[in-house]
Design a protein around this ligand. Structure first.
Ligand SMILES: Cc1cc2nc3c(=O)[nH]c(=O)nc-3n(C[C@H](O)[C@H](O)[C@H](O)COP(=O)(O)OP(=O)(O)OC[C@H]3O[C@@H](n4cnc5c(N)ncnc54)[C@H](O)[C@@H]3O)c2cc1C
Length: 294
């Protein structure tokens, strides 16, 4: 019978020391919502499991006021439920709260953490897609005070793969924060409204004063991706106030060009590409026309 050895550190420092000592033979468990099914289906059999559940110093959540740039520091163990409920997150980084609200069901949101969402490296990870649009970095630490801040697009290597070393822990997420004038939106299409992994997701953060937009796409490439050509097109046309509806259509079409989806059991590549265009256009309309009216 499979009986892993459990380690239950009670502080970040202790967790880093245990991880540094055991390295590749250990797997970290945060909320367990991704890893527990893998273990029960016998897809992985780690010798040691490191349960992070007792580490309170990885549950910090600090989001500055939007009027001062709203910089954010989010501990790895903060759950989707906590992010979805937090007023400062909703105000400063609406897209993140909105994305977390779409994760699974209340039970999954109560256990699943943002650190686990990012470390699991699914191209469909809702929190990760929103964080890419926010220009966030992952904070990674190892024993001996080594600390790296890695921009999310550089953190992901492919489905389930990251640049994280076996002795490293994701300890938090940080981003500079949009301005108080910024508007953001999250759109997700799944096979049903709840408990659905995204067929396509789109996160948009618009800065009306700077005339910029960041567009991140989920479930259409091996990792969450930025639609940078579409962002450039937006920036070059935004100052022309008379042609904005047409501009948004063209930007949405360009965003579809950034997708390289595959056919799978949830949707065909063709359908996913169409969805990127439709959802991007809706998200852009929401943030652009909302900002013009406020
Ligand atoms: C029924 C169901 C529905 C779901 N629906 C959604 C959904 O709609 N959208 C979505 O995005 N996800 C969904 N998920 C997936 C999952 O809930 C999320 O990805 C969640 O955020 C994972 O976090 P966790 O704390 O449970 O991670 P865990 O399962 O504990 O860990 C996941 C992986 O990350 C590693 N890890 C965790 N924390 C750290 C850390 N701090 N440092 C280094 N490595 C770490 C683990 O070793 C493991 O490899 C669903 C899962 C279930 C079971």
């Amino acid at each position: 019978m499979y009986e892993p050895e459990w380690k239950r550190p009670t502080s970040k420092a202790e967790a880093l020391a245990v991880l540094g000592e055991i390295g590749e033979d250990a797997v970290v468990v945060a909320g367990g919502t991704d890893i527990a099914p893998l273990i029960s289906k016998r897809r992985i059999r780690p010798r040691v499991l490191i349960d992070l559940g007792r580490i309170d110093d990885l549950r910090f959540l600090s989001v500055g006021p939007a009027s001062r740039g709203g910089s954010a520091k989010i501990g790895a163990l903060v759950t989707h439920g906590a992010l979805a409920r937090d007023r400062d997150v909703s105000e400063v980084a609406h897209v993140l709260a909105a994305a977390c609200r779409t994760v699974g069901a209340p039970q999954v949101r109560a256990r699943g953490t943002i650190g686990g969402n990012v470390a699991n490296a699914s191209p469909a990870a809702d929190g990760a897609v929103a964080l890419v649009a926010l220009g966030a970095s992952v904070v990674v630490e190892s024993d001996g005070d080594e600390r790296r801040e890695i921009p999310l697009p550089e953190f992901f290597l492919g489905p389930g793969q990251t640049v994280l070393r076996p002795d490293e822990l994701v300890t938090g997420i940080t981003f500079a924060g949009p301005s108080s004038a910024a508007r953001s939106a999250y759109r997700k299409a799944g096979q049903r409204n709840a408990l659905a992994i995204a067929i396509v997701s789109v996160a948009v953060v618009h800065e009306p004063e700077a005339g910029t937009v960041r567009i991140a796409l989920g479930s259409v490439a091996p990792t969450p991706v930025r639609a940078t050509e579409a962002e450039g097109l937006f920036e070059s046309g935004w100052r022309n106030a008379s042609g904005r509806a047409e501009l948004l259509r063209a930007v949405a079409l360009a965003a579809a060009g950034a997708a390289s989806p595959i056919d799978d059991i949830r949707a065909s590549a063709w359908y996913r590409t169409v969805l990127v265009e439709v959802l991007t256009k809706r998200a852009l309309e929401e943030v652009c026309f909302q900002s013009e009216n406020t």
